[in-house]
Design a protein around this ligand. Structure first.
Ligand code: ADP
Length: 161
């Protein structure tokens, strides 16, 4: 049984994340999308909001579940019995940090392996930060996130503004 975790902030989840989730779900028996409860990061969406958006988006993928976690990823992986970390690589700028984290996690627990999937070229520019940046100025985000999330994202900025 190969159980993997795809960890991230997903603030909010994008088509780029969804592409990685779909492809990773075909490589393992079970994929858990792990939403980091990063209290230090000022997130636009609350943890339950981020979890439920990913649940909506992955509804049709039977071997994908969504969970939130605090603290060390390796501890959470031990708790749920996962041994594989999935990460997406968009550009060389992602590489240095990802390499360090992957090696550090392997040192923590040598059963843990990190698997990198290269971003689809259609989404290699896309990040949650780009979505927020465009939405904050009322830009078109229909190429970044599903239609059903657009109003929810804009609403966050009208609440603020
Ligand atoms: P972001 O960098 O968008 O804020 P997260 O911290 O939620 O995203 O990232 C979780 C994982 O998803 C990371 O491994 C990141 O490299 C990957 N990822 C984010 N956006 C994309 C994309 N457009 N294509 C492929 N992988 C991506």
């Amino acid at each position: 049984m190969k159980k993997a975790i795809y960890p991230g902030s997903f603030d909010p989840v994008t088509f780029g994340h969804m592409d990685i989730i779909t492809r990773a779900s075909q490589l393992v028996d079970e994929l858990v999308v792990g939403v980091l409860n990063n209290s230090a990061k000022n997130s636009l969406f609350s943890l339950p909001e981020r979890v439920s958006m990913i649940e909506e988006m992955t509804r049709d993928l039977p071997n994908v579940t969504v969970a939130s976690f605090n603290g060390l990823l390796v501890d959470f992986m031990n708790e749920i019995g996962a041994t594989i970390i999935v990460r997406g690589l968009r550009a060389v700028t992602d590489f240095e940090y990802e390499l360090q984290i992957a090696q550090a996690n392997h040192v923590q627990d040598e059963r843990i392996e990190t698997v990198f999937l290269t971003a689809d070229f259609k989404y290699s520019y896309l990040s949650s930060t780009i979505v927020k940046e465009f939405a904050s100025y009322g830009g078109d985000i229909s190429h970044f996130v599903p239609q059903c999330f657009i109003d929810r994202i804009y609403q966050k900025y009208s609440q603020k503004g």
